[in-house]
Design a protein around this ligand. Structure first.
Ligand SMILES: [Zn+2]
Length: 318
């Protein structure tokens, strides 16, 4: 078949802004998909995009040979110097609990202006902040807690909100070690400041756990360590279905190069071990994977490919 013979809508047609502005009669709606809903047994899962972070390309593997790293970016049709990182948040409803897993980056970082959309996008999805009973934080990096530090957000959350964080994570941010990371200038200070601010502002609502905690039926948060000492993942299981929200244990490059050190990893060797262990497990039990920085909505499966892994995007179901 010749590609020239297939019909292709013109770009002009696809971006018909007149019609778009009147979709459902709501003039201000975004024309991008910013939330994606699925079910895991009886558990409702909504992946919400906080936006995109633009970061230096080298951060995806600072221990990799620069030529090999550039070749990988080229093969993935990505620019060599800028990494466009998705920033996904998940909302889970199970039993009588409504659980927000991570909170995006918030509004404090004007240089990262394509992210920080969570609160607005929850509103667009008719998700009331006051309906959230629990927050689970995979770790306290600013791109995971910043949304809770936006002006006015804490006041809109319920006073009896429970914020679940690994005890090791809370302890780490009292005096965090940045000696093994590889970040752009300014990031360590911003991360320190945000981590400490979060601990202070939400201290009375924090519910610390040691290794794991069942937040609601079929919603288990489990500490992995590695990325940060208290980094955790959330395992969902209901009616024979399973899904894991891996936070920052898995990045896009981590399937093919699980041994590449991400610039945000505080203990990169341990982070790589955690990644391999988790990917092996997800491949073996065939469950779905969602992760913070995989392309939205990031619902996928993991396959074993020789010594490494293969990313298998999930079908778009609606
Ligand atoms: Zn992150």
């Amino acid at each position: 078949m010749s590609l020239d013979n297939t019909s292709q809508p013109s770009v002009e047609y696809c971006t018909d802004t007149v019609n778009a502005r009147h979709i459902h009669g709501r003039p201000e709606h975004e024309l991008v998909p910013s939330r994606y809903a699925l079910k895991v047994g009886t558990i409702d899962v909504t992946v919400v995009s906080d936006g995109v972070l633009s970061l230096p390309g080298a951060m995806l593997g600072h221990n990799a040979d620069p030529a090999v790293r550039e070749a990988w970016l080229h093969d993935m049709f990505l620019p060599p110097d800028v990494l466009e990182w998705a920033l996904n948040v998940v909302l889970v409803r199970s039993g009588d609990r409504t659980i927000l897993i991570d909170a995006g980056i918030g509004m404090e970082f004007p240089d990262l202006k394509r992210a920080g959309q969570l609160i607005r996008r929850l509103e667009d999805a008719d998700i009331d902040l006051a309906s959230v009973t629990d927050v689970v934080l995979t770790h306290l990096h600013m791109d995971h807690v910043g949304g809770l530090l936006v002006d006015g957000v804490k006041e809109r959350l319920r006073p009896d909100l429970r914020v679940h964080v690994a005890a090791a994570e809370a302890k780490f941010w009292e005096s965090p070690d940045f000696s093994r990371v590889s970040m752009p200038p300014g990031f360590p200070d911003a991360l320190r400041r945000t981590g400490k601010q979060f601990l202070k502002e939400y201290q009375s609502q924090m519910r610390l756990f040691e290794n794991e905690y069942e937040v609601a039926p079929g919603v288990l948060v489990t500490r992995t360590g590695g990325h940060t000492p208290g980094h955790s993942v959330v395992r969902l299981a209901s009616g024979g279905n399973r899904l894991t929200f891996a936070g920052d244990a898995v990045f896009q490059v981590g399937f093919e190069h699980p041994d590449w050190y991400n610039g945000f990893e505080h203990d990169p060797e341990e982070a790589a071990r955690v990644r391999v262990r988790l990917l092996r497990e997800l491949a073996a039990n065939r469950e779905s994977l969602v992760a913070t920085h995989l392309s939205f909505p990031s619902v996928c499966h993991v396959a074993v490919d020789g010594d490494v892994f293969r990313w298998v995007p999930g079908p778009w179901e609606y």
